[in-house]
Ligand binder design. Structure first.
Ligand code: ATP
Ligand code: MG
Length: 139
């Protein structure tokens, strides 16, 4: 049974289903905990400081709302470690997974990017190629 599950959330329909599954899996076993990851875009360093401050405030606000949305979907009776990170999604997800010895990653096959032609989004593809632990791709 998986005990440390990372669920990656970007607010998309697929990610919502991923969060639902993560919550259900965690409720099956009282020892299972979730790491809920929302990664915000990198802030371009060349922007001036007032803009960076404004962007950080705005992204932090969006990230907080996304975490809240995901927690509501995951539901009750689950231990959730919230991780809002500023950085590229796949690398942020891998850092949290490796740093906490997670044993499963749950993600949507697609996200908010919306390139319909491809089988899967670029971030999940990257995670699958980088990860040594199982990745559950939710359709
Ligand atoms: P692309 O980003 O390549 O244009 P996409 O958005 O359709 O395409 P991905 O970004 O790979 O596809 O999204 C697949 C899954 O990855 C999402 O359902 C979600 O679980 C996770 N994910 C994507 N972006 C983030 C993010 N910023 N933070 C956390 N999880 C994310
Ligand atoms: Mg995306």
């Amino acid at each position: 049974m998986f005990k440390k599950i990372l669920v990656a959330f970007d607010g998309s329909e697929h990610a919502r289903r991923a969060a639902q599954i993560a919550g259900d899996m965690a409720r099956l076993n009282k020892d299972t905990e979730l790491w809920l990851v929302c990664a915000m875009d990198i802030l371009p360093a060349e922007l001036g400081k007032p803009f960076i401050d404004e962007l950080i405030t705005e992204r932090t606000h969006i990230g907080t709302e996304m975490l809240q949305q995901a927690k509501e979907i995951i539901g009750e009776k689950v231990v959730i470690h919230e991780e809002m990170l500023f950085g590229p999604p796949a690398e942020s997800i891998m850092n949290v997974a490796n740093g906490n010895n997670c044993d499963l990653i749950i993600m949507g096959t697609r996200g908010v990017g919306g390139l319909k032609g491809l089988l899967m989004g670029s971030q999940i593809q990257k995670v699958i190629s980088l990860s040594d632990i199982p990745v559950l791709a939710v359709k």
